[in-house]
Design a protein around this ligand. Structure first.
Ligand code: XIL
Length: 361
């Protein structure tokens, strides 16, 4: 029983009411109102939105004394207009951050006081502007390597571990009511979730509130398994933090092992072998993708600590995986195809949710 083949009458948001928020990330064109197909899907199926790029440091704060809030304002306004839970992504990251942030005054070397002052000013300005309107913030992105060690970013090199606690402190000062989250990829790898757990525990011990842990969820067809994802949820949930899948997509195209996750600094050149399905995903893979989405949603609904699941994109036409790790591919990782039609993966998720409700799970 696969349910009907259209999405008539179904709404992921309605089916997930009382369980968790279901979100989608919006790109610049969608935020600017130029993609009615995607916006129609968002209004019907989603209860939360994230901004793919418009709230990143390079977009919002390109020069020391210049903020550009026009697109971010539109994004927040869109969420308010449609009554959506509005996510802010991201305050502190080593990517998509202008080089001036990590340069000393007048071309000199950067010292800790100056970087800390920049961090404080940026977080206060951005979070303060949307106080009470952006409901959750990814405060820090990707502080750890897959082995659980600290990633040696300029933030870490100049400020040490403190940069994370300071970012959370400043965000809390700017909006005491927002949900504040730590976000990373590959948290299903034990050394990495252990690092996240240590971080949350140490912040809490010092009285710094952290509400959520986000696993990006940029996964591939073969892994992580639903069991690995469930183990991650169970372990992270022991901290008492909410668990959020912040950037879900399942990549069905070939991906070398060292690119599992989402290190956006790494790239591979496009070759025909790396772009095998420009005319559409073959039925067998379509079904595997569907099965895997269903397995994962069965896990998500089992755990009340999961408070939101957000897809990184709406349809396959706009997925960032058309551009990463191989630029110019035709990728197929989401629930809607390039024309905005629901895929077998959509129907499989709907069916999994129906069954979960029926079985009282
Ligand atoms: C991606 C965006 O989707 C792209 O448009 C952009 O070119 C690069 O960044 N992890 C994150 C997101 O936390 O911010 C990234 O978003 C994807 C990986």
């Amino acid at each position: 029983m696969n349910g009907d083949r259209t999405d008539a009458g179904t709404s992921l948001r309605e089916m997930l009411k009382g369980r968790f928020l279901i979100g989608a990330a919006l790109n610049d064109a969608q935020i600017a109102g130029q993609d009615p197909v995607a916006l129609g899907i968002v209004r019907r199926h989603f209860s939360a939105i994230s901004p793919e790029n418009v709230l990143k440091w390079d977009a919002v704060h390109p020069e020391p004394d210049r903020y550009e809030f026009a697109a971010a304002d539109q994004y927040v306004g869109l969420g308010e207009k449609h009554g959506l839970f509005v996510v802010g992504h991201v305050l502190v990251w080593h990517e998509q951050t202008p080089s001036w942030v990590f340069e000393g005054a007048g071309g000199g070397t950067l010292n800790a006081d100056l970087l800390l002052a920049r961090l404080r000013e940026h977080v206060h300005t951005v979070v303060g502007r949307y106080r009470g309107r952006v409901h959750a913030w990814d405060v820090v992105n990707e502080a750890f390597e897959d082995d659980g060690s600290w990633r040696k970013t300029p933030w870490y090199t100049v400020l040490g571990e403190e940069y994370v606690s300071k970012a959370f402190e400043f965000a809390r000062e700017a909006d005491s009511g927002a949900q504040l989250c730590y976000n990373d990829y590959n948290l299903w790898k034990a050394p990495k979730y252990e690092a996240a757990i240590r971080l949350v525990t140490s912040l809490r011990q010092r009285g710094i509130g952290i509400d959520g842990i986000g696993e990006q969820g940029h996964w591939v067809l073969d892994g992580p398994s639903a069991e690995e994802v469930e183990a991650m949820i169970v372990e992270l949930a022991k901290t008492g933090a909410q668990i959020i899948i912040t950037e879900l997509d399942l990549d069905p195209l070939p991906r070398p092992e060292e690119l599992i996750g989402a290190d956006i600094s790494k790239r591979l050149a496009r070759t025909p072998e790396r772009d095998p399905y420009p005319d559409g995903l073959p039925e067998g893979l379509q079904q595997r993708l569907a099965q895997r989405y269903a397995d994962l949603f069965r896990v998500f609904v089992k755990h009340p600590e999961v408070s939101r699941v957000t897809f990184w994109g709406v349809t396959d036409a706009d997925t960032w995986l058309n551009h990463w790790p191989v630029p110019g591919r035709t990728n197929h990782p989401l629930l809607w195809d390039r024309q905005g039609r629901p895929k077998p993966a959509f129907h499989a998720v709907v069916e999994a949710l129906r069954r979960a409700s029926r079985d009282g799970a």
